[in-house]
Design a protein around this ligand. Structure first.
Ligand SMILES: *Cc1c(COP(=O)(O)O)cnc(C)c1O
Length: 356
């Protein structure tokens, strides 16, 4: 791992903040230039938050089985993606490998960090092209130099925007073929039935798994994501992240949600029931060409005329995502599974479109 790191990160002397210098309980806190007053009725707002998010990480271990010593919290998993680029990828030198169509943020963070992107697309039915990945990785090993190499690759499973999860065996194979960092983004893990890549952490030191509370846990605005990886990788991210990257109110809200895991499970069951219903009902419509199998809380749907239907729905106050310009996604909309009522409104509008 050491030789994968950027030199400036490997030799970084981290910022030492007040909350790291003293972590016990005290009566008088005069160490962080805070204001003791509370004008908004929230005790967690006037003090700097715990940089290590100890309570949240304990709850993540208790509730989700994410090992405490192997986690770091991000301001959403988006922050952790950016942090990984900044830890491992030398601007204008290193490259990352993506498998489009996939989550758009990977490319944006690559661009921001001035890191080149290479693509090995998914197959037209959105599976990992294992022969192409295998030969790409072998070929890259042959041509890499001190000055430039492939540092990181992203596997989004279940994948956004296609909605399908990839077999864990393929993740395992890629981890053993590639000697750089393998990032498995499990933002939609909860909606899936497959085992998590977290189970591979003991085997592969180059694996980083990302989770978020934004989707199944219904906390998109709280901005709480988590990276799970070897202690070495976690130590590096802790050393370079903004010390107070997740605010106190957000940590408190995350804890509250994790204490209500039963409620969240019920909510999840409801979304899965709606997923089943929507997949059947959408497939009956004549404006729908194909509903792709979803392991997530959205569907990729091939339409007869995605742009036209997008604007038609927009006119009815229903917002979906037009993904037609993404690779293999010609005429495809991405539709989030909403409440029963929201889904009814969507289905009624599409039926009306069919009969117009
Ligand atoms: C929504 C999403 C994220 C972002 O999650 P945050 O934790 O809200 O930043 C990450 N990856 C994928 C694939 C997503 O769809």
């Amino acid at each position: 791992m050491r030789e994968l790191l950027r030199e400036n990160i490997a030799t970084l002397r981290p910022y030492s903040c007040a909350r790291n210098d003293f972590t016990g309980e005290a009566e008088v806190y005069l160490d962080a230039n805070e204001n003791w007053q509370d004008f908004v009725g929230r005790e967690d707002a006037n003090r700097y938050p715990d940089p290590m998010a100890v309570h949240v990480r304990k709850a993540l271990e208790d509730v989700l089985g994410l090992p405490f010593d192997h986690t770091v919290i991000g301001n959403g998993s988006d922050e952790l993606i950016d942090n990984l680029f900044r830890c491992f990828c030398r601007p204008q030198k290193d490259t990352v490998l993506l498998m489009p169509p996939t989550y758009g943020a990977y490319r944006v963070f690559a661009d921001i960090n001035d890191v080149r992107v290479e693509n090995v697309p998914l197959t037209p039915d959105f599976q990992i092209d294992m022969p192409a990945i295998t030969s790409y990785l072998a070929e890259e090993k042959g041509r890499r130099t001190q000055e430039s190499r492939l540092k990181m690759l992203f596997i989004c499973s279940p994948n956004n925007p296609s909605g399908n999860a990839f077999p864990l065996d393929e993740v395992r194979t890629i981890c053993s073929l590639f000697d750089g960092i393998v990032v498995v983004d499990e933002a939609y893990f909860d909606f899936n039935t497959q085992e998590s890549a977290v189970s591979l952490l003991d085997e592969y030191e180059n694996l980083v798994v990302l989770r978020t509370l934004s989707k199944c846990w219904a906390l998109a605005s709280a901005r709480v994501g988590v990276a799970i990886a070897s202690k070495e990788i976690i130590a590096v991210i802790r050393s370079m992240k903004y010390p107070y990257n997740v605010g106190g109110p957000s940590q408190a809200i995350a804890l509250k949600a994790l204490e209500q895991a039963d409620q969240v499970q019920k909510g999840l069951a409801m979304i899965k029931r709606e997923r089943e219903r929507l997949s059947v009902e959408l497939a009956k419509l004549s404006c729908v060409v194909q509903v792709f199998k979803s392991d997530a809380n959205f569907f990729l749907v091939r339409m007869t005329d995605a742009a036209g239907i997008y604007h038609y729905l927009l006119g009815k106050g229903i917002i979906v995502r037009n993904r037609s310009k993404e690779m293999h996604c010609e005429n495809c909309l991405r539709i989030t599974i909403g409440s029963e009522h929201e889904n009814d409104v969507l289905l009624a509008a599409l039926k009306e479109y069919d009969h117009a």
